[in-house]
Design a protein around this ligand. Structure first.
Ligand SMILES: NC(=O)c1ccc[n+]([C@@H]2O[C@H](COP(=O)([O-])OP(=O)(O)OC[C@H]3O[C@@H](n4cnc5c(N)ncnc54)[C@H](O)[C@@H]3O)[C@@H](O)[C@H]2O)c1
Ligand SMILES: [Zn+2]
Length: 398
């Protein structure tokens, strides 16, 4: 055997700014200029932009053009931006991967150029994947434009698209050159989507950071009203905790089975799916966390006081704690329970579920007592649901 150790150091950074495409804003320009002396400038960059964002912000393209003119000595956008539809559908269509590769190819984007993605988490996952696989990896800058992606998905190191009908089946771990959160983009989001990022911040506070949880309690009314300053505080801290997890948690490329940041997600993913995506990701995570908080209390892992406190905050910032889909059964079995098996498959290896044991504290468990789940769901219906006449209690076997 000949063995050598390969040591690599990565810098993972998230910058916060406003009006990124204002000609006077130097954030993007300075990032691109780094490491390229004057002889090698201007540096080529391909912009991939979320069409949903561009529709919400009709002046975006014009601003990009003016920005490009102002900084043409340093950065050269190759042609017009590539506009692609945002949302999950862009990850379901392989043609979009090829469309990005094609532009990388025809625009002569090389390993010293940049691919810059501007959009929601889905468009970032798609573009990140195309950039990571072209020429074995092109420098990639991400500009997340939703609250969810600015505080959670967009600041991560994963990319991917859906394949074989499975989410993120093809993808890579690739640390972006930089992530830039421009808080101005969030103003364009509809209220439900602006709210969605708050739930991931509650999630990470519950498992990791009591002080963030308490800060969110004290500004819960402002968060419920989607006040900008409160949202910013929460996104910033949430992004920081996610980065700490990646950089300091010991498993940046997820080789083990533990996924603490997926707290509340095993049932949430299933709920999104069985509701036909009536429930968005944030709404489903709020309910998924409720399932796991009540389960933890019933297992004696979490005090009733902390359980109530956690649920009160989720509710105070504007999320429902119950959805009728929780009671759906197939051949007598609760459909939601299948989420556990799917989650195990997704982790590979052993089922590992994070449960909260106190505000800011969590444990990993490898088993969920599924006989307890119907009682958990019945309790949720009783405490938080408005059951319709004829609803079947979850505990009753059909
Ligand atoms: N890579 C990761 O680590 C990671 C982690 C979590 C989630 N994700 C992925 O992120 C995706 C979800 O991302 P998301 O929640 O950001 O939503 P999204 O990307 O699905 O976008 C939702 C909608 O908002 C539009 N949009 C984007 N920015 C806008 C703006 N500023 N104003 C108005 N409309 C705007 C989009 O066009 C789209 O229609 C999922 O595919 C999920 O798998 C990835
Ligand atoms: Zn999530």
């Amino acid at each position: 055997m000949i063995a050598r150790t390969i040591q690599l150091t990565y810098e993972h950074r998230v910058l916060f700014t406003r009006s990124i495409f204002d000609p006077g804003n130097r954030v993007l320009r300075d990032l691109v200029a780094e490491g390229h002396d004057e002889i090698h400038r201007p540096v080529k960059a391909l912009l991939v932009v979320d069409q949903g964002l561009a529709t919400a912000d009709p002046l975006l393209e014009e601003r990009i053009t003016r920005y490009a003119e102002a900084h043409q000595e340093v950065i050269r956008f190759t042609g017009t931006p590539l506009f692609l539809p945002g949302g999950e559908s862009c990850k379901n269509d392989w043609n979009f991967v090829e469309r990005i590769w094609e532009r990388i190819h025809t625009d002569g984007i090389c390993r010293h150029s940049f691919v810059i993605a501007v959009g929601g988490g889905a468009l970032l996952d798609l573009t990140g994947f195309a950039a990571a696989t072209a020429h074995r990896g092109i420098r990639h800058i991400r500009l997340p434009t939703t609250t969810l992606s600015q505080g959670d998905g967009g600041v991560g190191v994963k990319n991917g698209v859906n394949y074989f009908g499975k989410k993120n089946w093809v993808g890579t771990f690739a640390i972006p050159y930089a992530v830039v959160n421009d808080l101005d983009f969030l103003r364009l989001l509809p209220p439900a989507q602006r709210r969605a990022g708050i739930i991931e911040a509650i999630k990470v506070s519950l498992i990791r950071d009591r002080s963030l949880f308490e800060a969110m309690e004290s500004m819960s009314e402002r968060l419920a009203n989607l006040e900008e300053e409160a949202l910013e505080t929460v996104i910033r801290r949430s992004a920081e905790l996610h980065m700490n997890h990646i950089a300091l948690g010991g498993d940046p490329f997820e080789l083990g089975s533990a996924r603490p940041l997926d707290f509340g997600h095993w049932s949430a993913h299933k709920l999104e799916q069985i509701s036909g995506f009536r429930l968005g990701h944030g709404e489903a995570v709020a309910i998924g966390m409720t399932v796991d908080l009540i389960y933890a209390r019933r297992r004696g892992l979490l005090s009733a006081e902390d359980e109530q406190r956690a649920l009160a905050l989720i509710r105070a910032v504007g999320f429902d704690l119950y959805a009728s889909e929780l009671a759906l059964r197939h051949h007598g079995e609760l459909v939601i329970v299948r989420g556990l098996e799917e989650f195990r498959e997704h982790l590979g290896g052993e089922l590992t579920i994070t449960l909260v044991t106190g505000i800011g504290q969590a444990v990993e468990v490898h088993e969920i007592d599924t006989t307890l789940l119907p009682q958990v769901l019945d309790e949720m219906a009783l405490r938080f649901g408005a059951p319709q006449a004829g609803d079947v209690p979850a505990s009753r076997v059909a």
